[in-house]
Design a protein around this ligand. Sequence first.
Ligand SMILES: C=CC1=C(C)c2cc3[nH]c(cc4nc(cc5[nH]c(cc1n2)c(C)c5CCC(=O)O)C(CCC(=O)O)=C4C)c(C)c3C=C
Ligand SMILES: [Fe+2]
Ligand SMILES: [Fe+2]
Length: 323
Amino acid sequence: MDKIGLLLINLGTPDAPDAASVRRYLGEFLSDRRVVEIPKLLWQPILRGPVLLTRPRKSARAYQEVWMEGGAPLAVHTRDTARQLQELMGADVTVDWAMRYGNPSVATRLKAMIDAGCGRILLAPLYPQYCAATTATALDAAYATLAGLRSQPAIRTLPPYYADPSYIEALRASAERQLAQLDFVPDLLLASFHGMPMRTRQLGDPYHGQCLATAGLLAQAMGREVRVTFQSRFGPAKWLGPATDDVLRSLPGEGVRNVAVLTPGFSADCLETLEEIAMRGKEDFLSSGGSQFAHLSCLNASPEAMVLYRHLIDRELAGWLER
Ligand SMILES: C=CC1=C(C)c2cc3[nH]c(cc4nc(cc5[nH]c(cc1n2)c(C)c5CCC(=O)O)C(CCC(=O)O)=C4C)c(C)c3C=C
Ligand SMILES: [Fe+2]
Ligand SMILES: [Fe+2]
């Protein structure tokens, strides 16, 4: 039988925390028509002008605040996840990882897997909630690579797992482990998801409903309220709300003194969780009168994450792997 490959795909991140690297990364990311759905002729001059002239320097400073010894947090955690999964899966499955934007690219890692003899490949975009701007474009990149091949491998894709009991259990266990380590008891749990332009929801993207479903199931599993917000607004269009920063600033006025923020839509910690939430979100909350703030880490390559991914992957590989 053919060798089996598992390719974890995450969003992407710059190669280094400097303006030139961030400009290259943002140029690729924000040129994706799945991400910014403005006609190319209108958007490219704005992107190449004001956006790429100003944002890279500001973002590079933010990346410098969270950069790790092994590189960008998103890359470090995604690589750790792949390495640990490789150990768990054993020699039957070749595990690798790639980024939709930047490096290592989907094209290079997918081709390497095929060159290594993998005739059956499971593509696993690490997004619990489906969104065209994340899941679909990650798969587009893989299919574009396959389009250039005479001999293609058999392909399966990991479905969104936003309501899968194994995902909800991983979130619950990870949150409760971290809550037990805090030196305060939060009055409220906030689940902050990455935002999207409101228009994508009206056009039928299921992302918003899947975020609400995840938070509802997590609230049920934890037996307490989990309030949903959306972060990382970009550009002048109306985005999904309520906005995380607005809510963090208004909570003290509602009598919420202590808050813990989860970011369950991100499989791994990254700029958006470590800088935007754990640093700027904390400041928003404390400067508005809050007393104690905690950001709970993403699943990353935690023991809870390994149980989750092993379960999701084994289910997709059933029939390919005769264990
Ligand atoms: C129009 C812009 C954007 C859409 C739509 C969007 C959707 C979206 N993004 C993620 C996950 C991540 N985004 C990250 C960074 C990031 N996102 C945008 C813009 C849009 N995202 C920008 C401009 C940036 C770069 C950072 C900055 O300059 O502020 C990241 C982190 C990357 C990292 O290197 O750490 C993630 C992860 C999701 C899940 C999503 C839709 C649901
Ligand atoms: Fe984003
Ligand atoms: Fe951000």
